[in-house]
Design a protein around this ligand. Sequence first.
Ligand code: CA
Length: 245
Amino acid sequence: MVANDDIQEALNQYRSRLDIATWCPKCALIDMDGVLYDSMPRHARAWKRMTDEIGMSCREEEFFLYEGMTGAATIDLLFEQYKGRKATPDEIEELYRRKTLYFKEYGERILMPGADKMLNIFTKYGLKCVLVTGSAQSSLLDAIYNDYPGAFEPGMRVCARDVRHGKPHPEPYLRGLDLAGQPPHAAIVVENAPLGVEAGHRSGCFTVGITTGPVPADVLRQSGADLVVDSMPMFAQLLPELINS
Ligand code: CA
């Protein structure tokens, strides 16, 4: 449970880290999987099935730790672990195609409870929303404007294809700031995964970690989250307090 005191303490620490006197958020940089869609269990199952097929004995849970990386970077990491080399571009293309196919097979997208409320509050308080995801999964990227109408203006998105370095590198969030036309200290990052939180932290933005999956709150704190919240509905509930602080 996050109390108002926790929000004030988190903001005090953030302001002191950046050496700024005030904090006035103008934009929200929002991750997709595990924040807007309850899609991570399906991603993990799809990764596990694909890696089983090529003789890698991965555990489903480990894919929650790789979350946020691009597909190509994840495949490279697995190849280095299991084969002692990077994957070739052809291998990356074929294996990511297969994983994407399995992901689609595992059913319709599920909206994350509380996400619509969060987006409505950001809009109501005049914060520009930018989608910042390591995904290249067109089934979700194409659906987002219908699933969350009016939340994201056209072009307000950074995905795997738009960056040279994926999360945990800060580049995706720095690109998001460019799109919003704001400096780091005018942004709220909303993330659920350790590598995504790290990217948000390294970009200099106030970074909120939401524990929507199996990764514990402490891991998100250690990754650099300024504030950790237990669920998206709870985050939506405390958001006006955070924005007005
Ligand atoms: Ca995520």
